[in-house]
Ligand binder design. Sequence first.
Ligand code: HEM
Ligand code: HEM
Length: 243
Amino acid sequence: MGILSSARLALLQAIGLVALASSSPPPQSHPSIPTTDSISSSSTDLTKRHLSYTTLNTYRKAHGIIMALCFAVLFPAFALTLYMVPYSKTASRIHAPLQLLTLALAITGLGLGIQIAQSFHLLHEEHPVIGLVVVVYMVACQPLMGYLQHRHFVKRRNSSVFGHLHRWIGRAMLVLGVVNGGLGLKIARKEAGDQGASRGVVIAYGVVAGVVGVVYLVVVLGSNFVKSRRSAGSKEKHTASSA
Ligand code: HEM
Ligand code: HEM
């Protein structure tokens, strides 16, 4: 029995060491990522730590990709459907379902972010705090305001206070979310050493966010300009015909 358990222990230790040796090197400056210096005498412990390091690293990447995709690309693109899809039910049949799907994705990213922040004791940092405020607002208020505006529009055919809040706070939250993504990349570079985001990733994020921002502005301002020209034109026609 004694021989059996020491053989089991030796085998587990060997598995643990092989797993550690074949893993990518741990980041240099992350406070709680295990390093080879922290090898404990218990091999089961060692295997668990190795797994949690790999898992947390995957969570970190998945969190960054999901959140950046939601805030820098999907939310703004689906807001623009209201301007770009010529269909009387775009808000209820296209914009709302696509934004709700993106919100579900952002909630998954939030869950991963909370896990990472808890494991690395980073919950007090600006990035997680701002991110929590933004995502909680997106869940608690944004769909409700959108729905109330939609109901108002069906009855009265114009914009209400809900529409203004949904539009303006929605736009502000998207900007805050994108800026917060930049803060996330900053923590990842500072905390995760070699495993953090590369310079190329930071530049790519800035370029994508910038291009989407410019396209958003051009579409919204362009569409408002066309609308105001049209209404000025129809007013002119009206005064000319009544003179
Ligand atoms: C988290 C989910 C959502 C986000 C992030 C979001 C975002 C936005 C944004 C940014 C705008 C303004 C577009 C612009 O003019 O720049 C907008 C407009 C609008 N959204 Fe949403 N939306 C969401 C969910 C919904 C839902 C569930 C509905 C329900 C039907 C909805 C209905 C509308 C309507 C009717 C407008 C036009 C508002 C107006 O004309 O005053 N949205 N949305
Ligand atoms: C607007 C919402 C958010 C966006 C756009 C966002 C985006 C990002 C991005 C792009 C990164 C860099 C990932 C990498 O390159 O490895 C990151 C890192 C991080 N995020 Fe977020 N995030 C958001 C919300 C949150 C929330 C709510 C939390 C936690 C409560 C959180 C916790 C973290 C942590 C701890 C890191 C650093 C991971 C590390 O140590 O390297 N984030 N985030």
